[in-house]
Design a protein around this ligand. Sequence first.
Ligand code: PEP
Length: 246
Amino acid sequence: MRQLIAGNWKMHGLSDQLPEIELMAACVASRPLHADVLLCVPATLISRAVQVAAGRLPMGGEDCHAEASGSFTGDVSAEMLKDAGATTVIVGHSERRRLHQETDAVVAAKALAGFRAGLSIIVCIGETQEQRSNGRALTSCASQLAGSLFSAPSKPAVTAIAYEPLWAIGSGHPPSSEQVTEMHQHIRSCLMTQFGGFGSAIRILYGGSVTSDNAAEILSIPEVGGLLIGGASLKADKFDAILGLT
Ligand code: PEP
């Protein structure tokens, strides 16, 4: 399966960052790529980012509401992201789960909303430091997966899982290759149990403190279907250096 290199800008990016996106798009278009690429940006930037990227770099949203429209002041629906030009939406990022009390059921409803709007869906899961220290990393991720994924009538309402251990996000300390391999194998087996044959087509990304220094090692792990990159996706040169490793 072709790997996916996805950036997540989180709550960063004003109009003065549009030239950076244009530069990223130019880098992407400048050579043959061996991976798919995606940049998830704040909803306020999507339509302008789509314009400057001019078809060279797909854009995604970072979250969506579970309803298509309604009295939800300040929220953004999956339809709105799609209308702005997004191809994909991230749901269940640990910052949403932790800071906005999003439960697995809420994440599942958001994933289904994205699916209905015609977006690709990246569902994030990951264990805390405490869960890892207590030997509960695998069970915690399995339980998040079971609760956060829906099967739409004909296929799973998810295109990628991002395994992002909370202790690795922004810490500068990614897990070892053995830990990534073990968890990705476990996630694959959960997906096969939940979705049968469809489970093999879902990419499993790794995210958390990825840089151009460690990306090659992580990408060489056979179970890794790509990367979700926070800090190192903010600058075109850093993001491009990682893309160049695929
Ligand atoms: C993230 O928050 O999705 C992430 C992976 O962040 P970072 O790469 O900065 O650790």
